[in-house]
Design a protein. Structure first.
Length: 154
């Protein structure tokens, strides 16, 4: 589930991203997102392999409105898996919304930032071993590490 780009405060031409790892993401009235069962740094499981009935990662990528993203491919890799468990390409039409949103918008001659949001939903998520669950991307043909969640055994 991709959310439309939105504008946030100002900064220098810096790009960054972050993730919220949780059990569920729900869209509320007014297009607000609720994150249910948010993990803070570690996901502790009783044994391996283990299957979670549902697991979500909400990804936010931020860039200056003067430097919109041209292409984004998100990847998620589970501990011990050689291939990504997910590879999701953002539709170019969705990326064009950045330009529409930021056209002519500046505050005190400083361009605003654009946020691209995506919710990655796994149902189920099968984890074979402890390690890092990693979210990365190919952004404008360049690799980028975004975030990781440590998966551990109790």
């Amino acid at each position: 589930m991709w959310s439309a780009p939105t504008l946030i405060g100002t900064s220098e031409d810096m790009r960054y991203g972050y993730c919220i790892f949780c059990d569920d993401v729900r869209t509320e009235i007014g297009e607000k997102l609720s994150f249910i069962g948010v993990y803070s740094g570690v996901l502790t499981l009783p044994e391996f392999p283990f299957s979670l009935p549902k697991f979500c990662v909400h990804v936010n990528l931020i860039t200056s409105s003067t430097e919109p993203y041209r292409s984004i491919v998100l990847r998620c890799a589970a501990p011990g898996d050689r291939q990504p468990i997910l590879e999701e390409r953002l539709d170019p039409a969705q990326l064009d919304e950045q330009k529409d949103l930021s056209s002519g918008v500046e505050v005190n001659d400083t361009p605003l930032n654009v946020v691209i949001g995506a919710s990655l939903i796994f149902s189920p998520l099968r984890l074979r071993q402890p390690g890092l669950l990693t979210v990365s991307a190919i952004i404008d043909d360049k690799p980028a590490e975004i975030a990781s969640l440590r998966v551990a055994q109790r």
